[in-house]
Design a protein around this ligand. Structure first.
Ligand code: PBG
Ligand code: ZN
Length: 332
């Protein structure tokens, strides 16, 4: 019997036909990044005189309030319409009072952006206590333990202060149980029914946050965050966090870090129709940057591959320190 081979089997499928030229590959591209998918992080530090470099995050700076508008201008000129604000206060307190101060650094930043840019920018704010507490934990500490229920009361106050200042979306990142519900209740009571909540639903206890903690001066001074952040080994538990946030009325769910957790992004995509945000964190940025600065990889190509993969896995929007760089590349 004559042995059949692929050349005379019918149909003669050859996927390479779809990849012959740049124009063909462009036509066939399934996942496309857009500047509109990106959320640019901005650090604002109280009392700074001029922008300050962050050594573990090359090309990323902390800005004084007086230079914030300029940075938002640069971001928006690149076609990015969304930013997430992180405040670095000059004073820290055990009970995080500077986190919900009407004249706090984030509250002033929100007001300024709102005044200068109106509704042209989608303004997201990180709601947590770790930059504002003397001990650097994300909640209120009682007897060396993080008190969940006191913490969510404070988080709700912080979120309301952001909403009052003009935030569109608050993003609670403290990983306290019930934080979304507490914030939504607070919003309903204070009349902020139109302010969205983006839950840091799946926030892993990850060593990849180290550069951020340098940037925001928010490292815990005892213990670690493993009693409230997620164990990276547990996918089912991660899905329960998402289910819980949805039950509490979250508007957007977030998964972070991004690249090591594409399985969870994909899994979340299969189980919910809520918008999904992926946060590609400071450590992911630092890994790419360090290799690129050594000439070992090409930053633009790796950035494009990673961000496209995050979107392909199912993310609708991506928080990334490469937002400006990516938008610049996309505009070419
Ligand atoms: C605050 C917060 C952290 C990040 C976002 N919000 C740090 C942490 O939990 O220690 C990490 C972001 C990053 O690494 O880029 N809770
Ligand atoms: Zn925190």
């Amino acid at each position: 019997m004559k042995k059949s081979n692929s050349s005379n089997a019918f149909p003669n499928v050859r996927l390479r036909r779809l990849r012959t030229t740049p124009a063909m590959r462009d036509l066939l591209q399934e996942t496309r990044l857009s500047a509109k998918d990106l959320i640019a992080p901005v650090f604002v530090q109280e009392g700074l005189k001029k922008p300050e470099e962050i050594s573990s995050m090359p090309d990323i700076q902390r800005f004084p309030l007086s230079r914030l508008a300029g940075e938002v201008d640069r971001i928006m000129d690149l076609g990015i319409n969304a930013i997430i604000l992180f405040g670095v206060p000059s004073h820290k307190y055990a009970d995080a009072t500077s986190a919900f101060d009407e004249n706090g650094i984030v509250q002033k930043s929100i007001q300024l952006v709102r005044k200068q840019f109106g509704s042209r920018v989608a303004l997201v704010t990180d709601v947590c206590l770790c930059q504002y507490t003397t001990h650097g934990h994300c909640g209120i500490v009682v007897d060396k333990r993080i008190d969940n229920d006191r913490s969510i009361d404070t988080l709700s106050k912080v979120a309301i202060s952001h909403a009052k200042a003009g935030a569109d979306i608050v993003a609670p990142s403290a990983m306290m149980d019930g934080q979304v519900k507490a914030i939504r209740r607070g919003f309903d009571g204070a009349g902020f029914t139109d302010v969205s909540i983006m839950g840091y639903s799946v926030k892993q206890a990850s060593p990849l946050y180290a550069p951020f903690r340098d940037a925001a001066h928010s490292a815990p001074d005892f213990g670690d965050r493993r009693t409230y952040q997620l164990p990276f080994s547990n996918a089912k538990e991660a899905m329960r966090e998402i289910e819980m946030d949805i039950a509490e009325g979250v508007d957007i769910v977030m998964i972070k870090p991004a690249i090591p957790y594409l399985d969870l992004i994909y899994k979340a995509r299969q189980t919910t129709n809520l918008p999904i945000c992926a946060y590609s964190v400071s450590g992911e940025y630092a890994l790419i940057k360090a290799a690129a600065m050594n000439g070992w990889i090409d930053e633009n190509s790796v950035m494009t591959e990673f961000l496209t993969s995050i979107k392909r896995a199912g993310a609708d929007m991506i928080i990334t320190y490469q937002a400006k760089k990516m938008a610049q590349l996309l505009s070419k």
